[in-house]
Design a protein around this ligand. Structure first.
Ligand SMILES: [Mn+2]
Length: 317
């Protein structure tokens, strides 16, 4: 049964032990929406298979408590920001309601009631719910909803006038500074040693350009994988970052999609090079690692040589 915001509140008031269930790898829209509903109406937040990176930062910063892969007894499950059952990893849904903004609505059919709007985020729908309740918009809930709107609209790239209105209203009601939320959503890690590893990886970068390809190697003492990703995000097509641990050399490689499409397969590359250097390696096409033994510079040079061979192969060979 499709209902509106006022009826949604009415219905929820009949239940005393509600689980707000987010889709797997909950994003800020799911977690923020669940949190704002929980703050206003009571209940528990459930998350399937953890939160994504940004939602984890948000949960930590706002002290949002949630139950991982909930199994307890609840008299109603409100499925939040989720359009298909698959996103719940087989969670046994019995009596449930839905609040969601996705265009596919297969979960709605069997729901006791559902609140569905074509908005760019579930957070905007939740704001409507809080408004009909006349519930005060508390700082943490507003923060979480703004974060949900920003991330679900791709930093407002897909925003509608409603998304801007909702954020403006949330800022006005809560007194939150927009830049505070932006800081929390920054792709920069909060961990200072990780940020230093990024800076050192950039400082020590050895950059090689071949045609329009940019290859980068570097060395850090820890966070090699994240540092290699960061080198790709600031301009490398392929980056390898090595860390020495006693006599072991750990190498992390990352490649842009265009390099993968042009034939780079870091999993295969790491596997082959690791065999030659007394170690093991593997991973994915665009992100791989190996633990090997030998001279760091030679190993990094071997990685770059292999990438060149993949990219410089004559077409069709
Ligand atoms: Mn969403």
């Amino acid at each position: 049964m499709e209902i509106d915001e006022a009826e949604f509140v009415n219905q929820l008031l009949d239940y005393h032990n509600i689980l707000y269930l987010c889709h797997r790898h909950a994003d800020p829209d799911a977690l923020g929406s669940a949190f704002a509903l929980k703050e206003a109406l009571g209940g528990t937040i459930g998350v399937i298979d953890g939160c994504d990176r940004v939602a984890s930062v948000l949960a930590k910063q706002l002290n949002i408590e949630f139950v991982m892969d909930p199994t307890g007894e609840y008299d109603l499950v409100v499925v939040v920001d989720t359009s298909t059952l698959a996103q719940l990893n087989g969670f046994p849904l019995k009596d449930y309601a839905v609040i969601d903004h996705h265009s596919t609505t297969s979960l709605n059919e069997k729901a006791i009631f559902s609140l569905h709007k074509n908005k760019s985020s579930t957070a905007e729908i939740v704001l409507g719910v809080l408004n009909v309740m006349g519930a005060p918009i508390m700082r943490r809930a507003a923060f979480a909803l703004i974060a949900g709107i920003i991330t679900d609209t791709g930093n407002f790239k897909h925003a509608t006038s409603d998304s801007f209105k909702a954020v403006a209203e949330l800022i006005e009601l809560s007194g939150i500074g927009y830049s505070e939320v932006m800081d929390a959503l920054s792709t920069l890690p909060q961990d200072i040693s990780m940020r230093i590893a990024f800076l050192k990886a950039a400082q020590r970068a050895v950059i090689e350009r071949v045609d329009d390809w940019v290859f980068v190697t570097s060395q850090v003492s820890s966070f090699g994988g994240a540092a290699a990703s960061n080198l790709v995000s600031i301009g490398a097509d392929v980056a390898f970052v090595a860390s020495k641990e006693d006599d072991l050399v750990k190498v992390s490689g990352r490649a842009r999609k265009c390099a993968i499409n042009a034939g780079v397969n870091l999993a295969k590359l790491m596997e082959e090079i690791s065999v030659k250097h007394n170690g093991t390696g593997g991973g994915h096409e665009g992100a791989a690692g190996m633990d090997v033994r030998g001279d760091v510079d030679q190993i990094l040079a071997a990685c770059i040589d292999d990438v060149k061979k993949c990219l410089m192969k004559p077409q069709g060979a």
